[in-house]
Design a protein around this ligand. Structure first.
Ligand SMILES: Cc1cc2nc3c(=O)[nH]c(=O)nc-3n(C[C@H](O)[C@H](O)[C@H](O)COP(=O)(O)O)c2cc1C
Length: 197
């Protein structure tokens, strides 16, 4: 069987983002386990804030199709995302909201069709003591309830993320590294089984 293809998303693309660093750690673990990992920069899609008038006037922005194509080309998704006031941040919600507006076209499914049944591993990082844990259940609910994705039960919230990485971007704590690998292993197992089915 060919390698499991993983789409890597970060809910923050700011310079020095802890979630981007955590995503990179997860990506490395996935590659070591034999997966093919492709990152997609959600910020670079430059999607405007969702607005029904804008959609009526100009349709869904073309960049939403980039996200759909990336999803269609993947067997699984790894999402590391910050928590903003207990919720996933606008970059994630807005990107997926636009995706959900895409109709079926050019022999491609709707935006929602591109996510349906796709396994996803969810991570969060924060300098705070809970590491974004409060948002993980909302992220889980959002992607499963609205997008029919399959979040694996394993998840990890990296607390005190500002102290967690060494100068090479590796996690200093072996237990935290193992927790990330636990999510990745579960994701690849599910995605591999679905791919083989
Ligand atoms: C609007 C806003 C709300 C935030 N709310 C939370 C929060 O609810 N919980 C938390 O742990 N951190 C919160 N933070 C702090 C973020 O965890 C912190 O900025 C983190 O570095 C963002 O992730 P990044 O490093 O990947 O960009 C908030 C930050 C912002 C800008």
């Amino acid at each position: 069987m060919s390698a499991v293809r993983v789409l890597l998303l970060s809910g923050s693309e700011r310079q020095g983002s802890f979630n981007k660093k955590l995503a990179a750690v997860a990506a490395e673990a996935a590659r070591r386990a034999g997966a093919e990992v492709t990152p997609l920069d959600l910020r670079a899609l430059a999607l405007p804030l969702y607005d029904g008038d804008l959609e009526k006037a100009s349709g869904v922005p073309a960049a939403a199709r980039t996200l759909r194509d990336a999803l269609l080309a993947s067997d699984a998704v790894l999402l590391a995302t910050p928590e903003y006031n207990g919720f996933p941040p606008p970059l994630v919600i807005n990107s997926f909201d636009w995706l959900s507006r895409l109709p079926a076209e050019d022999a491609k499914p709707t935006g929602l069709g591109a996510t349906a049944g796709k396994p996803v591993g969810i991570l969060a990082a924060s300098p705070g003591l809970l590491g974004g844990l409060r948002s993980l259940n909302f992220t889980r609910q959002y992607v499963s309830m609205a997008f029919a994705m399959l979040p694996v039960p394993q998840q990890f919230a990296l607390a005190r993320a500002n102290e967690a990485f060494d100068e090479h971007g590796a996690l200093k704590d072996a237990k935290q590294q193992a927790a990330v690998e636990n999510v990745v292993t579960a994701l690849l197992r599910v995605a591999g089984a679905l791919k083989a089915a």
